[in-house]
Design a protein around this ligand. Structure first.
Ligand code: SF4
Length: 289
């Protein structure tokens, strides 16, 4: 039984050697760390998926703005309009925005890895399931794989915008999701790692700069874009495209960039988009300061 996870490569090596998907290792790991049995872990994962799906459903059918008025209604708008992306990409985009808008309205979401980045995984995963004709039950094991990648990121870097910028939230979510999509589509453990690397590499350096310190702007739309990155990374990995920089080195790089990042770009709302003239005027209107 796997008791400690320190790298994605470790997961790839063990899974390949045992000829099992990465999710099987994570199922064992979760049983160990939570001191429980497989059925409890699987049921908990099913519950998380159900919450994720409800967040999408709630978001996609609502035109309502959030309490602050900063977000809401964009998923509804996009869903009603014909899309250039049409198909799985459009669905991933709208799903992710919908779930994230539910978060903006203080609705119920499943943090993955955080509330701010809670749209990426449901967005891309449920869209891929539709495309591949998979059921929600088929997403249980891939979601465990996503969580395993998250465990590694948490171990080697961080999962909070306050510590590492948005690369640690939406970047991590995209890496976790890309790996999960690959497993869902029948890819190998090595391809899971490649997808995670490709996704995270392309979101490195992303600052956490929420307007008025609220998880709405730019967060909601960033979740949509993060879902597209995850989808594209998974698609490339499934085709055999590999990241020149190995996944664990990409995660270590995210940690280093996060440490080097100025404090103004780490959820303090004192840098980036949060201090644009428009953002400052909105902040004054909302917070009265
Ligand atoms: S900008 Fe900051 S608060 Fe918003 S999703 Fe990214 S990390 Fe989270």
């Amino acid at each position: 039984m796997l008791k400690q996870i320190s790298s994605v490569q470790q997961l790839i090596d063990i899974a390949t050697q045992k000829d099992v998907p990465i999710s099987q290792l994570i199922l064992e790991y979760e049983q160990y760390v939570s001191d429980t049995n497989a059925e409890t872990v699987l049921n908990h994962t099913r519950h998380i998926l159900k919450t994720m799906y409800s967040a999408i459903e709630e978001g996609i059918h609502s035109k309502e703005r959030s309490h602050t008025g900063l977000s809401g209604g964009d998923a509804y708008l996009y869903d009603k309009k014909g899309s250039l992306l049409e198909g799985v990409a459009a669905k991933a985009l709208v799903n992710a925005i919908a779930a994230s808008e539910t978060n903006g309205r203080m609705g119920k979401i499943a943090a993955c890895p955080t509330a701010g980045a809670s749209g990426v995984t449901p967005g891309a995963l449920f869209a891929t399931a539709d495309k591949l004709g998979k059921t929600h039950e088929d997403l249980v094991y891939p979601l465990l794989t996503a969580s395993g990648i998250g465990v590694v990121i948490n171990h080697r870097a961080f999962l909070a915008g306050a510590l590492g910028g948005c690369q640690a939230e939406v970047g991590s979510a995209a890496a976790m999701t890309a790996g999960a999509i690959v497993e869902l589509a029948g890819g190998s453990p090595r391809q899971v790692g490649q997808a995670a690397a490709l996704a995270m590499k392309n979101l490195l350096g992303l600052p956490c700069d929420p307007v008025a310190g609220l998880v709405e702007v730019p967060c909601v739309k960033r979740n949509g874009m993060g879902a597209l990155v995850a989808l594209a990374a998974a698609d490339l990995a499934l085709a055999g495209v590999e990241s020149t920089i190995p996944v664990d080195e990409v995660i270590d790089t995210m940690a280093k960039i996060g440490k080097d990042m100025p404090i103004g770009l780490k959820e303090t709302a004192t840098g980036g988009l949060a201090i644009t003239p428009t953002a400052l005027s909105l902040t004054e209107k909302i917070l009265g300061s």
